[in-house]
Design a protein around this ligand. Structure first.
Ligand code: ADE
Length: 273
């Protein structure tokens, strides 16, 4: 059996974690540099939990400058078993409306200016990300969202763009019509890939804030509107996260999807090198 420890990476609009008992902010460092901010550790319903604001309190890291490797590294060192990524996204479907949540199950990674792996010169590894999220953890997030009365879409393809600018209309139309992405955001990659390399279960809870720029009736993406939707959704996100300890349990068996042994057979470098 494995002792559950939940790590929450909070996105825009989720900078705190009320309801955490004995909560304390603490500084940590990693061989990959400093994480986005201090980490808030505590306990919820008997399950240890750690919260890390992805952009830092005060929103100081852009999507390209978030220290993704350091963030995943410190969660791993703290003994986190299950990582919940909470983030904002735009929608490519009329019926996936602002205010709805999507439990993402696939990605198209179009980011290009970020460090994407813990491996490289000295130790080479190729992990599979064919199924980039943990199905068990994602199902728990969907159940938690439904219990919180949130309109939730189980499954969806998230296009990760570099940003920081939003997409042009032509890009948006192509992502929607040709590539068939469901939502778009700037932060879930390389986070999901790094979580897999770190053998952590990872689920992505994406909160829809806008229709990106393909929608004929909605014009350009408006940051003020995104913030308005996020502020309205923060409570829902917190309620969702608050029911996860109960759903996941204090102890659990190893991951049925194999997230916790993703490196088996993935390392090419000889052990004596
Ligand atoms: N985050 C929230 N809305 C977004 C959009 N339309 N494109 C990229 N990232 C987003």
């Amino acid at each position: 059996m494995v002792q559950t420890k939940i790590g929450v990476i909070g996105g825009s609009g989720l900078y705190e974690m009320p309801g955490l008992q004995n909560a304390k902010w603490g500084t940590m460092d990693s061989p990959w540099g400093a994480p986005s901010d201090q980490l808030l550790s505590g306990v919820m319903d008997g399950v240890p939990m750690v919260f890390l604001p992805r952009h830092g309190r005060g929103h100081v890291h852009s999507p390209s400058s978030v220290p993704y490797r350091a963030n995943i590294d410190v969660l791993k060192r703290l003994g986190v078993t299950d990582v919940i990524s909470v983030s904002a996204c735009g929608s490519f479907h009329e019926e996936m409306a602002p205010g709805d949540f999507v439990i993402v199950d696939q990605f198209i990674d179009r980011t290009f200016a970020r460090e994407k792996s813990f491996f490289g010169t000295g130790c080479v590894a190729h992990v599979s990300v064919a199924h980039p999220v943990c199905a068990r953890l994602s199902a728990a997030c969907a159940t938690a969202a439904e219990a919180a009365g949130i309109t939730v879409h189980r499954g969806g393809t998230y296009l990760a763009m570099e940003g920081p600018q939003f997409s042009t209309r032509s890009e948006s139309v192509m992502y929607r019509n040709v590539w068939q992405a469901d939502v778009i955001g700037m932060t879930n990659m390389p986070e999901a890939k790094l979580a897999r390399e770190a053998e952590l279960c990872y689920a992505s809870v994406a909160m829809i804030t806008d229709y990106d720029s393909w929608h004929p009736d909605h014009g350009s993406v408006d940051l003020a509107e995104i913030i308005r939707i996020l502020t309205g959704n923060a409570q829902k996100g917190q309620t969702l996260v608050g029911s996860l300890p109960d759903l996941l349990g204090v102890q659990r068996s190893t991951c049925p999807d194999g997230c916790d042994h993703a490196l088996e057979g993935a390392i090419l470098t000889a052990p004596d090198k």
